[in-house]
Write a protein that binds this ligand. Structure first.
Ligand code: FMN
Length: 341
């Protein structure tokens, strides 16, 4: 196993999965595939550098969708109609507005985390006040010993919960980062002052950055003018945002940010990964372009699974030909003394 360290974050390799695309890393108890991309059935999640959970909040939230999982078959059409108001395919990608629909941190740690022990996990957390982030890290601290997960990722960049995170960022960094017994990753928005946020994160002791969260976006029904998504605005992801993700990573490096960067934005092939490495990323993350498909498209799930396994093999075998091809951090840190994941 080609383990890598990004600062004090241990990954099994440089390929991780992006927040939420594989739910909580395990499907809902009782119903076989619910809550997970069907493509995930064809890839061992234990092989990833880490699997990043859906963003978890202090209390359970329906967001703009629902946490209900006990749908009878006859309710399926209504469920699909409701799903189409939170996730839609658009040219070159997807827009979503789940709005942090999640079971809450305690239910996650009780019902899902124990079933994902074979994986290396990044727990994504989100809140609307600094105190909520402190509660979230305290809860993770109490349930998960240091070294048992890769990191906790702070989501202060979601474009579809309709919250301005700018006023709480200082408090989150000052109070919640030092409270965490696990390395902290800050997830950046391409719509915000990501260079400024990255500088403040570095000063506050954050271990790494994830770039990028979805790009705030809108689609309207051209016949009626009604928004496609229940929340009107959503977040754009997938192939369409790859050039934006590359721009953000490169601009962070151009600005002299030296924290490790985990890049996500439209990655589907090994060449996409390599492009992000060239731009300055230390690790890359598979999001919507790899795990989402149209309903008929999921018939090809075994093929997409094969493609993802092939990227994993290539990432594990890959040795950069040029020193410095990975972002700044990887060569600068040595953590030989740390215990294995
Ligand atoms: C359906 C969906 C749900 C998402 N939910 C979350 C979330 O809960 N927390 C978060 O930090 N990012 C979330 N994201 C953003 C992704 O983790 C990722 O940052 C973004 O989609 C860009 O990468 P991609 O183009 O590779 O998907 C979500 C994306 C999608 C498509």
């Amino acid at each position: 196993m080609s383990e890598v360290w990004l600062g004090d974050i241990r990954l099994r390799n440089r390929l991780v999965t992006s927040s939420s695309l594989l739910g909580y890393g395990a499907s809902d108890p009782g119903l076989v595939p619910y809550g997970m991309s069907p493509i995930s059935r064809f890839v061992s999640l234990e092989r990833f550098g880490a699997v990043t959970t859906r963003t978890l909040t202090v209390q359970p939230r329906d967001g703009h969708f629902t946490n209900r999982t006990d749908w009878p078959l006859r309710a399926l059409p209504a469920l699909l109609r409701s799903y189409a108001t939170v996730l839609r395919s658009v040219d070159g990608g997807w827009i979503n507005a789940f709005g942090w629909c999640n079971v809450g941190i305690e239910a996650y740690l009780r019902d899902y985390y124990p079933r994902t022990r074979g994986q290396n996990t990044i727990i994504s957390v989100g809140g609307f006040a600094a105190e909520e982030f402190v509660t979230l890290v305290d809860t993770v601290n109490a349930a998960v010993p240091p070294g048992a997960i890769a990191a906790v990722e702070f989501n202060v960049s979601c474009p579809n919960v309709d919250h301005d995170f700018e006023p709480i960022l200082a408090g989150v960094l000052a109070d919640a980062v030092p409270a965490s017994r696990h390395p902290v990753i800050l997830k950046l928005s391409p719509d915000r002052d990501y260079v400024g946020h990255a500088r403040r994160a570095a000063a506050a002791g954050v271990s790494a950055l994830t770039a990028i969260n979805t790009v705030r976006a809108l689609r309207l029904d051209p016949r009626t003018g009604q928004p496609w998504l229940a929340n009107r605005y959503g977040g754009l992801s997938g192939r369409a945002v790859k050039p934006i993700g590359l721009r953000v990573v490169a601009e962070l490096r151009d600005a002299g940010i030296t924290l490790p960067v985990i890049a996500t934005g439209g990655i589907r092939t090994f060449d996409d990964c390599r492009e992000y490495f060239w731009a300055g990323a230390d690790a890359v993350s598979l999001g919507s372009a790899s795990w989402l498909a149209s309903y008929p498209g999921y018939a090809l799930a075994p093929l997409w699974g094969w493609q993802i396994r092939s990227i994993l093999r290539k990432i594990e075998a890959y040795r950069p030909r040029v020193s410095g091809e990975y972002g700044y951090s990887s060569q600068r840190h040595s953590h030989a003394a740390k215990p294995p994941v």
